[in-house]
Design a protein around this ligand. Sequence first.
Ligand code: GCW
Length: 652
Amino acid sequence: MDSMNRLLFFILTSIVIAGCSKPVGNDNLLWLPAEECEVEAQVIIDDTSDLQNDGFIIKGAPGDRVIIAKTGIGAMYGKYALQRMERTGKADCELDIREEPSYERRILNHWDNLDNTIERGYAGWSIWHWGEPVPVELIKQYARLNASIGINGSVLNNVNATPEMLSREKLERVAEIADIMRPYGVHVYLSVNFSSPAALGGLKDSDPLNPEVKKWWEEKVAEIYELIPDFGGFLVKANSEGLPGPQDYGRTHADGANMLAEALEPYDGIVMWRAFVYAPDSPDRANQAYEEFMPLDGKFHDNVIIQIKNGPVDFQPREPFSPLFGGMSKTAMMVEFQITMEYLGGSNHLVYLSTLFEECLDSDTYCAGEGSTVAAVTTGKIYPEPYKTSAIAGVANIGRDANWCGHEFAQSSWYCFGRLGWDVSLSSEEIAREWLAQTFTSEEKFVEPVLDMMMTSREAVVDYMMPLGLHHIFAGIHHYGPEPWYAPEGARSDWLPKYYHQAGPDGIGFDRTRKGSGNVDQYHEPLASMYNSTDTCPEELLLWFHHIPWTHEMSSGRTFWDEMCHRYDRGIQKAREYIKVWDAARPYVDAERWEAVRAKLEIQESDARWWRDACVQYFGEFSGLPVPADVEQPERPLEELKKIKLNMLHHN
Ligand code: GCW
């Protein structure tokens, strides 16, 4: 984002926040774990146990049950696990469970700013209450919720970090927050601005090879650990979207990351270095992270992990997994998911994200043959050597709203992120069942249809926003509604005005084949060839990899154009079905939560029609084909839709 857009964005975010948040005491918790975890079991801490990473054992029948752990935090996880089983009716039998987390570090990334706004946040102001008295109870509740699902880290501030974050005053505040979260096993991390030595420390530059710069970081890190002995480390967005970084001095990402890693190493701190890099004039943005990072494979210190968004572009409703996961073998990598719904309808749409997370984690990269899934790679199972630690990150959807996340169901995405980070083999359905039982009820007549709604919700949003591999046709700045006519600033003139969808009279879609940007070859076989051919490319990703003629025949027997119109229609029908499901769920839910969800489902259905109207009519100008008669016809004229600016406002 350039500075003008960023300013507009913040103004917009602030208005939206002011308009929709109910800054009350966050007492309306959903899956609330009890403060004193009253489970029926004897707890044994055995420091000779071989349990790894705060794992636990639960054994025995009710009345004669033990929880064994090596650490106090492990015992706490065991108690929360047993409590969850008790609440979901799974504890009335003999148990023999041993659990150790899939990822050692399970971390929320808060994109919270020091003025309490949250970048891409849709649930009110920052819960850290910067510049205000520390909200001790609120932070305790937050930490407890996290602990109950295994989250053990929290990056407090936005990756678009201000140097001020590292000032003494702010660090003292961070230390207070760390003290509150420590009993729950939640470690604090910070995003840092690479220019801090110059901007905050007054040095002449922030060149990672400048000894004074190294010294500045060493001293800063020492200061942090004196205040927070169990500080987790740094998250860094560098040379990305206008932020400073080592490339400003002709250095590499590895030079920058290693310099910070050396400063953190004596304290066991880590650097999470993001791979989210792209140039606005790049011929294919999806290629860039791989091109920039592959030559650096093996050049990072042991305590550096490369933090990679799940897909190669940017948290779209559907993307293939980032090819870097199958690329690097000598460098530790972690997945970054977005729990906040920047590209999925803010907190207005009901989208249970577990299926999206699962799709990525289960994707086979084939980097070491079949079974080299993203989960297997990032947990260090395929190339153990670089994985001195393993981690997973989720961009938080948490704010001061009474329900924490802006939508009652958005909590389920926070919940599932924690559960998958703890046990990557869990299924989205299992997790949804757990969450529903603890949040609402386990009454079958409620659970079955609502579960189905959650499980199909991600596919529905793909259908009504961008089916069949379409991506990034969002409104340029706020990313809420459709704007397929938007031309990204700075894009190469010959690619304008429709960079991502490339619609024209000949067809639609971004050609990433060997004849196009060549992106397919960043994947291993058999994926590369599978993606390269329209015959074998999965239809869900067709327009991601191919430019397809409007009359291309689809597996349904329809032409591509007709199929696309049908997908938009199918998405709308689903959004309507959800309203019916929720209406039938009324007897099982308290009035306040029922009404809140009902109101949001109506917005969702109306937004689905807005997406259909905009996309079908806009693309219809290129295809020259009519919307098939067997689907609902668009309602609002395109010209009217094009005039809508910053549309989020009318919903809040
Ligand atoms: O997609 C972009 C978002 C930015 C975000 C950036 C990132 C924090 O629109 O708001 O900045 O991704 O992930 O760094």
